[in-house]
Design a protein around this ligand. Structure first.
Ligand code: FAD
Length: 318
C-alpha cells in the first residue's frame, strides 16, 4: 500500500492537535499513514503514543534546534527531502497558518500542484473545497506531481486505529536561507477549560449586538453549556468586547465546526469567510433581514438577551 505523509501539528499544552488525528483518519483511506514530526529535540517521545493510537504505521522524526528555533522554512526543506526520497501517494497538512505556509513552500520546492483549504478528500485524491460563501462546491485533483492537500479542521471525525509505528530519524539539513526568520520569544498556550477555537466541534460567537464585554458572559455561558469554544466578530473585537485572538473571519481565524452559533452578528462577507464551512449554522439576530440568515440552518429572529437565557435554561434541563 502506498505511503501517505501526514505532517503533525502539536502544542506544548495540548499535545497532538485534533486536526492531525483527523488527517491520520483520512490518510488511511488513501494508503498507509506515516506521521512526520518536525520539532525540537524530544518532540517525538511526547507525541508517539497518540500517533500510534490513530493509525500511524511509521513516524519520521526530524528533531533539531534548527527546526524548533526558526519559523517554517527549515520544516519545508526537511519535508521536501523526505518527499523526494519516499515518493508518497499524498502529503496531508492542516489548513492552519503554519500548515498552509509549509505546503506552499513545499509545492514550490517540488514544482508540485497543491490544494488548500479542502473540507474533504476522497480515496482517489479528489478534494472538496467550498467557495463563495458556501454557495459553490468545487471538486479538484492535483494533476502535477504528488498531491499536496491542506485540510480544514473538523473535516472528518477522528477515529482510532491502533498501530505500532517504527520511528525513523531523518537527517536535518537546512540552508542559511531557511534560517532567516528566527523564533525570539514563545508565549505558552494556556490550557483552559474551553476547546481551542479552530479545533472546536462547536463554536459560539458574539458580535456587536452583544453590546459590551460584560455581556459576553452570556456568550461564554452558552459556550460552556455546549462544551464549545467562544468566537467573536471583528466589530466585537474592535469595540473591545473580546480579545483579538478569538476573532473569526477573513482577518481572524477560520473555523469549520459541526455547529456554529452566531449571536448578534450581521453576517458580513468578511465574517462568513471564516465560518461558512461550518456543518450547521444557527443564528440569533433581531433583524430578520440580517444577511447571516442566508447561511443559517436554524435562525431565530429575536433579542439575544431573551433568547440565549431561555436556550441555556433548556440545555441545563437535559
Ligand atoms: P454588525 O454588522 O454591527 O451587526 C450586529 C448585528 O447584531 C446586527 O445584525 C443587529 O441586528 C444584531 N443585534 C443587535 N442587537 C441585538 C440583540 N439584542 N439581539 C440580537 N441581535 C442583535 N469581520 C469579522 O467578523 N471578521 C473578520 O475577520 C473581518 N475582517 C475584515 C477585513 C476587512 C478588510 C474589512 C473591510 C472588514 C472586516 N470585517 C471582519 C468587518 C465586517 O465587514 C463587519 O463589519 C463585521 O463582521 C460586523 O460585525 P458584527 O456582525 O458583529 O456587527
Amino acid at each position: 500500500m502506498a505511503e501517505v505523509l501526514v505532517v503533525v501539528e502539536a502544542t506544548q499544552a495540548f499535545g497532538v492537535k485534533k486536526v492531525t488525528l483527523e488527517l491520520l483518519t483520512i490518510a488511511r483511506e488513501l494508503g498507509e499513514p506515516s506521521a512526520v514530526v518536525l520539532g525540537g529535540p524530544g518532540a517525538v517521545a511526547k507525541l508517539q503514543d497518540k500517533l500510534a493510537e490513530y493509525g500511524a504505521q511509521k513516524i519520521y522524526a526530524a528533531e533539531s534546534e534548527e527546526i524548533d528555533g526558526h519559523l517554517v522554512a527549515p520544516k519545508a526543506t526537511v519535508l521536501a527531502n523526505l518527499v523526494k526520497s519516499v515518493s508518497p501517494a499524498a502529503v496531508l497538512l492542516a489548513s492552519s497558518q503554519e500548515g498552509k505556509e509549509i505546503a506552499g513552500r513545499l509545492a514550490v520546492k517540488l514544482e508540485n500542484g497543491i490544494l488548500a483549504d479542502a473540507v474533504g478528500l476522497d480515496a482517489d485524491g479528489t478534494a472538496t473545497q467550498v467557495v463563495f460563501a458556501g454557495q459553490t462546491i468545487v471538486k479538484s485533483k492535483v494533476t502535477k506531481g504528488i498531491p499536496l492537500v491542506t485540510l480544514r479542521p473538523n473535516s472528518v471525525n477522528p477515529t482510532p486505529a491502533p498501530a505500532s509505528p517504527a520511528v525513523e530519524n531523518l537527517t536535518v539539513e537546512v540552508t542559511d536561507a531557511d534560517k532567516l526568520a528566527k523564533v525570539t520569544n514563545r508565549v505558552a498556550e494556556q490550557k483552559g477549560s474551553r476547546p481551542e477555537l479552530t479545533e472546536a466541534s462547536i463554536v459560539v460567537s458574539g458580535g456587536r449586538g452583544v453590546g459590551s464585554g460584560d455581556n459576553f458572559k452570556l456568550v461564554e455561558e452558552l459556550a460552556d453549556l455546549l462544551g464549545a469554544a467562544v468566537g467573536a466578530s471583528r466589530a466585537a473585537v474592535d469595540s473591545g468586547f473580546y480579545p483579538h485572538q478569538f476573532q473569526v473571519g477573513q482577518t481572524g481565524k477560520t473555523v469549520s465546526p459541526q455547529l456554529y452559533v452566531a449571536l448578534g452578528i450581521s453576517g458580513a462577507i468578511q465574517h462568513r469567510a471564516g465560518m461558512q464551512t461550518s456543518k450547521a449554522i444557527v443564528a440569533v439576530n433581531k433583524d430578520e433581514e440580517a444577511p447571516i440568515f442566508e447561511l443559517t440552518d436554524f435562525g431565530v429572529v429575536g433579542d439575544l438577551f431573551k433568547v440565549v437565557p431561555q436556550a441555556a435554561e433548556e440545555i441545563r434541563k437535559r
